[in-house]
Write a protein that binds this ligand. Structure first.
Ligand code: SF4
Length: 463
């Protein structure tokens, strides 16, 4: 993209067009693959899995799985790898970069988590889903003095925004908006009787939310033309008129405040957390303003204070006690001097367990990790964002390789990935792009290929 004397907006339009072009690209290779260590790029080329375009690989895997097309599981799995790399080093990474350009790269910020963040005397709006554009606008609309006055005219003392699932992580990272809960807490939030509107966009919205809301006064508001729910009201979010859509949503919640029943019960539980550890911020915190780098991390791995880094991420799974898989694994890792980076619902679970605070290092971490956390002033578990932001973990791993001393490829690093309670389809893609990037990866609860010994053996032993 030509920079020259052009304005930021002109440059931004070209960057945007190029990024969108990566999704529709039909030939060659995704540009963002060049961010991976050279050795890893060579592996992808050698194996014929370097993605040509984000959408192209998805369309191809859909064709191959159509009846009567690709009948060799080895060939199907290989194309799955190609599509997954296109997600991690393409679609997700581009989305994270563009969000950071539009809304700012996250930096450490204080927040709160759990259902106790709901306020009895305020209009409670929960933003639930994944798209930060909508939530950014609702944050702005809820702070509009006109809206606050309207809320007061209805008997509320103000407007209280909170987030759920990955939208929660986005608005926490950039605005410190509290998190009401993760995936398995969405119905529970409604049953407090204090949620005046739950605004949803895409992904991870329970099919039951509208039915549960019928027992209370809560309005479920769908906003995406791609995701409608019977029984919910629909206020379409129009990006070209974003503030008007956001104001209409906030006003609907305010108008609903007087309809609350007397059955309000908000649990007291809430915890503090520090979030906002983007790859760039970790770089700066470790290396300082003049020499931002991962050098101190690599050095502390080499001298044995830290045994490695684990990315523990992903969903809640209803087949295990809420957050149990996440918290047990993360506590065990930090106790054994493994630093943890986290995203998605694991990050929210860790926040609720008090693991995202610097003082958690002294309480839960092994001696070596605790000493490093104390010196740098960071928690032993670093919140890096939403599930889309798993690409930040890839960037951190690539930076560790670049800083040297631990090997030439991500597969040489003492790093691991885990989704202890995964359940969504995209978790499979995320897990696969971690594996394809050279990361030892573990999934909890169950595994979809267990019905076939042949596929499972191939996947875990030979692949
Ligand atoms: S981590 Fe899983 S459950 Fe949680 S928001 Fe992301 S995809 Fe949904």
């Amino acid at each position: 993209v030509e920079i020259g004397e052009r304005s930021n907006n002109e440059i931004a339009i070209d960057v945007g067009k190029m990024c969108l072009g990566e999704y529709g690209r039909q030939e060659g290779e995704l540009l963002f693959l060049r961010r991976a260590p050279l050795k890893r790029q060579e592996v992808w080329r050698r194996e014929g899995v370097a993605p040509r375009g984000v959408d192209r690989e998805i369309v191809e895997i859909m064709h191959r799985t159509h009846i009567g097309v690709d009948q060799d599981y080895k060939s199907l799995l290989r194309q799955g790898v190609r599509a997954a790399i296109g997600d991690g080093w393409g679609g997700s990474m581009i989305a994270t970069e563009l969000q950071d350009i539009l809304f700012g790269t996250p930096t450490p910020i204080l927040g709160r988590a759990n259902l106790g963040v709901l306020e009895k005397d305020q209009v409670n709006i929960i933003i639930h889903g994944h798209e930060p554009l909508l939530s950014e606008m609702i944050v702005a609309a809820a702070q509009d003095p006109e809206m606050v006055e309207l809320a007061k005219s209805k008997g509320a003392s103000g407007i209280n925004l909170s987030g759920m699932c990955c939208t929660a992580n986005e608005i926490l990272m950039r605005h410190g908006v509290p998190i009401a809960g993760n995936f398995l807490q969405q119905e529970l939030a409604i049953t407090t009787g204090a949620v005046d509107a739950m605004v949803v966009d895409v992904q991870c919205i329970f099919q039951s939310v509208a039915t549960v809301a019928e027992c209370y006064h809560t309005k479920i508001i769908t906003t995406s033309p791609k995701a409608k729910i019977p029984g919910a009201m629909h206020i379409e979010f129009d990006e070209h008129n974003a503030m008007a859509s956001a104001r209409a949503i906030v006003k609907t919640a305010i108008d609903n405040f007087p309809n609350r029943g007397s059955n309000i019960e908000i649990p007291e539980e809430q915890t503090y957390q520090i979030a906002g550890f983007s790859h760039e911020t970790i770089n700066y915190l470790l290396g300082g303003v003049y020499r931002a780098s991962y050098r101190p991390l690599n050095d502390n791995i080499i001298n044995g204070r830290i045994r490695g880094v684990a990315g523990v991420v992903g969903c809640n799974n209803a087949r295990v006690q809420h957050n149990y898989g996440h918290i047990e694994m993360v506590k065990e890792l930090i106790k054994n001097d493994v630093a943890v980076v986290t995203t998605g619902c694991n990050a929210i679970a860790c926040a609720e367990a008090g693991l995202l605070l610097p003082e958690a290092a002294a309480k839960y971490a092994g001696e070596g990790l605790a000493s490093v956390c104390e010196t740098v002033g960071i928690p032993p578990v670093l919140h890096m964002g939403s599930c889309v932001d798993n690409s930040r973990i890839l960037m951190a791993a690539a930076a560790m390789v670049k800083d040297g001393g631990l090997g030439d490829d991500i597969s040489d690093l003492p790093v691991a990935g885990a989704a202890p309670e995964w359940m969504s389809e995209k978790a499979i893609s995320i897990g696969q792009y971690f594996v394809a990037s050279g990361v030892y990866t573990v999934f909890g609860v169950n595994w979809p290929t267990l019905g076939s010994d042949e596929v499972t053996d191939y996947l875990f032993k030979d692949f």
